[in-house]
Design a protein around this ligand. Structure first.
Ligand SMILES: [Zn+2]
Ligand SMILES: [Zn+2]
Length: 420
């Protein structure tokens, strides 16, 4: 079997892995990197593979998939939720992108229309010797680990993965019932141990309460898919007594969550949370909600667009207010600058923020020990590290090299062939 990494090598972004056997060719994910401009994975000809498999809806995993639907149609496999959410995120990318994209709505629609829905924990036959199984990855609704069973080898690609419990998504399912020969794991937080979730929740709810009881308003910039829904559920589950407002793309995504009871970790709790949340009805209302005590949950999570930008300009002025970041802040984004320098851009100038600024770790990825445990438990012959910084990948590489003599750890290089 040959494996080639076309992106997500020593970086978080543009995941794409080409896997080839004598009989089949697969492309696992086809994302983009969204730093300052849009970056694509290394080019791969559509003739090199038969099947595209998408792990989840985030653009760093699906953002370049429509490329394979320009001249023709490729076989694409993913879960129902990934299909539904990818469509929205891809169309949104097209709408907000300031740079040229090599595909249009037509290709996005074709990609979605011609992709096959895969049910989790069921064998899907690719050919007589090759089977696919998708398993809960615990990362975002619909997110799956990809298990490929070949004649003589089993391969597991984690996609983005979280084994820890959250309020909205069931945790990753690690009952593989197979010996894994080749493991490809993400490494986003390989050197970070996340604080226990209940402590993060408690601190977040308490600090939000304090701000509101002192007469302030809290802005929570949150990813529209997943994090915003998680935050409103956290607030509800902790009996938060004040007004919670939901705005932006998160509203539409919340509707999709509501329509898919089986996908959620605790549907009843989620529905109750939504019923207690004020879903903003019109843009005009934005002016009022920033002046009222309460909490506003809205994308974008890194303040790179969406209603959160406008809200932040208003909220930043008041000393009694707060901006609580609940997502990972990529270096160089407005959210990261706000966290480090307490400034935001307004009318082309950087302005000092009077409101309190804090970050809370509501991660939807594994932590340090989760990665090591996964590798120990699966005890693969080969493990490849992707989707993480150089420092993170080196850490896991050394950890496995020093402690697991039967496993060959590999820090892949971009566009190089690995034979296993
Ligand atoms: Zn993701
Ligand atoms: Zn990712």
């Amino acid at each position: 079997m040959k494996i080639k990494f076309l992106g997500a090598v020593e970086e978080v972004g543009r995941s794409a892995i080409l896997v080839k056997t004598e009989e089949e060719g697969f492309l696992l994910d086809s994302g983009v990197a969204l730093d300052h401009s849009i970056k694509f994975p290394v080019y791969v000809s559509p003739d090199e593979f038969n099947t595209l498999i998408i792990s989840h809806c985030h653009l760093d995993h699906v953002g370049s998939a429509p490329l394979f639907f320009i001249g023709g149609i490729k076989k694409a496999l993913m879960t129902k939720m990934t299909k539904e959410l990818s469509r929205i995120l891809l169309l949104d990318m097209l709408k907000v992108s300031k740079t040229y994209l090599p595909f249009e709505t037509l290709e996005i629609n074709r990609f979605i229309q011609y992709s096959t829905e895969i049910e989790k924990d069921k064998q899907y036959k690719i050919n007589d010797n090759t089977f696919l199984e998708m398993k809960d990855a615990g990362h975002v609704l619909g997110a799956s680990q990809i298990l490929l069973k070949f004649k003589d080898k089993v391969m597991l690609y984690t996609g983005d993965m979280n084994v820890n419990k959250t309020r909205t998504v069931p945790p990753a399912n690690t009952n593989y019932n197979e010996n894994i020969d080749v493991l490809i794991t993400e490494s986003t937080y390989a050197t970070t141990e996340h604080p226990p979730r209940d402590q993060v929740e408690k601190k977040f709810v308490e600090e939000s309460r304090k701000i509101i009881e002192d007469g302030g308003t809290v802005l929570v910039p949150a990813f529209g898919v997943g994090r915003a829904q998680e935050i409103i559920t956290v607030l509800h589950a902790n009996n938060f007594p004040y007004k919670v407002v939901l705005d932006g793309m998160a509203k539409r995504i919340t509707e999709i969550f509501m329509n898919n009871p089986k996908e959620l970790y605790d549907y009843k709790q989620f529905v109750n949370a939504v019923e207690k949340t004020y879903i903003l009805q019109s843009d005009q209302e934005r002016r009022y909600v920033t002046r009222e005590p309460g909490i506003i949950v809205t994308p974008a999570g890194m303040l790179k667009g969406g209603p959160a930008v406008r809200y932040s300009e208003e909220i930043a002025k008041g000393r009694k207010n707060a901006i609580f970041l609940v997502s990972y802040q990529v270096e160089g984004t407005p959210g990261s600058t706000l966290l480090k320098k307490r400034v935001i851009a307004m009318g082309g100038k950087l302005v000092k923020v009077n409101a309190e600024v804090k970050q809370f770790d509501f991660s939807s990825h594994n932590g340090k020990n989760d990665y090591i445990n996964l590798i120990k438990e699966t005890n693969p012959k080969y493990v490849f590290f992707v989707h993480g910084s150089r420092e993170n990948i080196e850490f896991l590489f050394n950890e496995i090299n020093n402690n697991m003599k039967d496993t060959k750890a590999i820090m892949p290089k971009i566009n190089e062939n690995y034979e296993v």
